[in-house]
Design a protein around this ligand. Structure first.
Ligand code: TGC
Ligand code: FAD
Length: 390
């Protein structure tokens, strides 16, 4: 199998500056050296490669598009190229980085007090602390506004009761950003530290997707946290949703990385696998049609990601743009993985090849951070002015 040198059909690279290419190269090298050699074993055993967390911190990948507190302060396009390369390795790795930066550091950075920022951002940036984001509940996924988790003020503390489900990194986290309703029925963010009284976590087992990522439940039973752990800077559902904008943006690029991995593997395989008259299967029109579909969709996805990234860098991005990016790029990545699996025939189902792992991972990516259909509804609301969620 030929080595991986990226996927670039239309001289996409000519649209990138030196910083962006350098970040991408650094992430690509990290994935080649540290992820590709171990990921199938971790996936098979269902173990997150936690030993890589300090290195990810040293490389500046956590909160990479934030400024100060040791953060790399890279552009959103460079950040996107980084998530693309990480997800070429594995969606679980990119998930970890997305949660740490976009869903834990970003809310502290944007809505936190100075004390919260000074305490947590440097630790999270270096990977010395791991974070998770608790929004989803067993009964409230697409509709987080219905959440049941409550936070009641008692003296100098808040008392939390409720449950969060499907939380990435939950049971290995030192800090959970938890969204709960206060007595006035408003959604607020709270920093819940590992070991807080009444706070328990457990790991979800039996996953066929994101096996190299930790997914957990969080339970709060009269969980007491100090009042200074309330995020002071935001009230309402727009708080968690604005964090999701950051994470969904990274996923829009990340999914392209998984698609590129599958396309690359299918292309190389098709050129060497011979059937009928000793001809490579790549010589058949039906196989070429699949490869042509994949590369076309990848290119369209790259252009969309780049444009949304430039809008974000210029402060002109709208959440509905990000919904289109997440919706489209995850869907084409999943379809690319399915077509690539087909091209590999029986070989496509074993973990000597990366395709089925990516395909299974992408099923989660299709659902989390707003399902594909929820993003269609966001776009539908944007163009018609009519919300069709209810
Ligand atoms: P709605 O009435 O539309 O909005 C409530 C308030 O929020 C504002 N808003 C946003 N603000 C910032 N960014 C956005 N994207 C926003 N969308 C809405 C809105 O303006 C309003 O503000 P205000 O000031 O008027 O109060 O809310 P709704 O209840 O009708 O819900 C809308 C909907 C369905 C789009 C939203 O609930 C949604 O996005 N649902 C999907 C839930 C979701 O994505 N969950 C993700 C959980 S985290 C996760 O999956 C992590 S996986 C991590 C990994 O491993 O990578
Ligand atoms: P549901 O909301 O029950 O949706 C089920 C189906 O109904 C979907 O097809 C959906 O599109 C459809 N549907 C729902 N409402 C409508 C509607 N109004 N109109 C049309 N169709 C509709 N959450 C966190 O908070 N933090 C995390 O770190 C996190 N990590 C995750 C990691 C993994 C591996 C997974 C799988 C999930 C994670 N999630 C996390 C949860 C994720 O965000 C939710 O799974 C997602 O928001 C969907 O919610 P749900 O699973 O309850 O599905």
């Amino acid at each position: 199998m030929a080595g991986y040198g990226g996927v670039d059909y239309i001289d996409f690279d000519s649209q990138l500056n030196d910083e962006e290419r350098l970040v991408r190269q650094t992430a690509r090298q990290f994935v080649e050296n540290e992820i590709i050699p171990i990921i199938e074993k971790h996936n098979r055993e269902g173990v997150f490669p936690k030993h890589l967390v300090p290195q990810l911190g040293e490389l500046g990948f956590f909160g990479a598009n934030l400024h100060g507190y040791g953060c790399a302060g890279m552009s959103n396009v460079a950040y996107g190229l980084m998530t693309q390369e990480l997800e070429r390795g594995d969606s679980g790795l990119r998930s970890f980085v997305s949660v740490q930066g976009a869903l834990v550091m970003y809310p502290i950075y944007t809505f936190g007090s100075d004390a919260q920022k000074n305490k947590w951002l440097p630790l999270l940036q270096q990977g010395k602390a791991i974070g998770c984001f608790g929004l989803t509940e067993p009964q409230f996924g697409s509709n987080p506004g219905g959440m049941l988790t409550r936070a009641v003020k008692q003296g100098n503390s808040y008392i939390l009761n409720g449950e969060k489900m499907w939380i990435t990194s939950g049971s290995i986290a030192d800090l959970a950003v938890v969204w709960a309703k206060t007595e006035d029925d408003q959604i607020r963010g709270f920093l819940v530290e590992k070991g807080a009284p009444g706070f328990k976590t457990w790991e979800v087992h039996g996953k066929w997707s994101l096996r190299a990522s930790v997914t957990s439940g969080l339970a709060f039973v009269d969980c007491q946290i100090p009042e200074e752990n309330l995020l002071p800077g935001v009230v309402g559902l727009k708080g968690p949703l604005s964090c999701l904008n950051q994470a969904r943006y990274g996923i829009g690029w990340g999914a392209l990385g998984a698609a590129m991995a599958c396309y690359h593997e299918a292309l190389e395989y098709a050129k060497t696998r011979k059937q009928f008259a000793n001809k490579p299967i790549a010589s058949h029109q039906l196989v070429q049609e699949k490869l042509a579909w994949m590369i076309t969709e990848i290119v369209k996805g790259q252009l969309l990601a780049l444009h949304v990234g430039r809008l974000k860098d210029n402060g002109r991005v709208d959440p509905a743009h990000i919904s289109m990016l997440k919706m489209n790029n995850v869907a084409i990545a999943l379809e690319t993985a399915r077509k690539a699996r087909d091209i590999l025939g029986a070989n496509g189902i074993v973990d000597d090849y990366c395709i089925m792992r990516h395909m299974n991972n992408l099923e989660s990516v299709y659902t989390y951070e707003g399902t594909n259909d929820i993003h269609k509804l966001v776009i539908g609301e944007r163009i018609t002015g009519i919300a069709a969620f209810v």
